[in-house]
Design a protein around this ligand. Structure first.
Ligand SMILES: [Zn+2]
Ligand SMILES: [Zn+2]
Length: 244
């Protein structure tokens, strides 16, 4: 771990001792080194029962969803902390569109706990690189930051893994995915990404904020495998349930 990270961690612990965290949901003092109180954390929709491959929330305790049984996606596994539901969806909106980085840190920290547990149990392979899903540079200019990179930074610190921002590029500005059905989403992202280098034999963890129909991460995984990746897994804050 870099000295800067150690100093940063030390200062953060010190500041929490004097000035406890503030809950991003109920705004009360959290009383611990996290900007989320224990009661609000319990109310979050953790994605505990889900497809082992794509993390789709499931009603029954099945290993795989119907879609993964029929045609497995280009990624080998997905770890997500939450189902994309209220109040979690509100926190992600504040992080992504309101630039509330405290929300991003809280959620990324909870994802890091999930990821580290999965690595410790050997449910997932330890990747060589973390690769945040890139934003098109127009979107990046509008928003000022790439939410996937912010998540990757925290995961990289906690799991001691390097981040790669060079290989995958988004060269097409895609229409907003919200409001599109699964088929339209796949068409929307087809050809939006290219790989600019080789990553032969490397294990990649693709990082994103929300996996909705998995169209974006599936397309990224396809491109990364063409660029030589041995396997691609997905780590994301949340996975959307199927629309009712
Ligand atoms: Zn709270
Ligand atoms: Zn699945």
């Amino acid at each position: 771990m870099a000295i800067a990270d150690q100093v940063d961690g030390f200062l953060r612990r010190l500041s929490f001792r004097w000035l406890p965290g503030h809950c991003v949901l109920c705004a009360s003092a959290s009383g611990r080194a996290r900007d989320l109180c224990a009661a609000c954390e319990q109310d979050l929709p953790f994605n505990t029962r889900c497809c082992a491959r794509c993390a789709l929330p499931l009603a029954a305790a099945e290993a795989l969803c119907a879609h993964c049984l029929q045609s497995p996606p280009a990624f080998v596994s997905a770890v997500t902390a939450f189902r994309y539901e209220w109040p979690l969806a509100g926190l992600i909106t504040r992080f992504k569109f309101g630039g509330d980085l405290a929300c991003g840190r809280v959620l990324s920290g909870l994802l890091a706990e999930r990821v580290m547990a999965a690595l410790a149990d050997r449910r997932i392979a330890r990747p060589d690189l973390l690769l945040p899903v890139p934003l098109h540079h127009h979107r990046l200019r509008e928003r000022g930051f790439n939410q996937a990179l912010e998540i990757a930074r925290l995961l990289g610190q906690r799991c001691a893994l390097p981040i790669c921002q060079e290989v995958l590029q988004r060269h097409q500005i895609t229409a907003a995915q919200s409001g599109l059905d699964a088929k339209a989403r796949r068409r929307n992202v087809r050809g939006a990404f290219t790989a600019t280098g080789r990553i032969d034999g490397l294990q990649i963890a693709l990082i994103d904020d929300v996996v909705t129909t998995a169209a974006t991460v599936t397309e990224c995984a396809r491109v990364l495998k063409q660029a030589g990746a041995a396997a691609v897994q997905v780590w994301a804050l949340a996975r959307a349930p199927l629309p009712r």
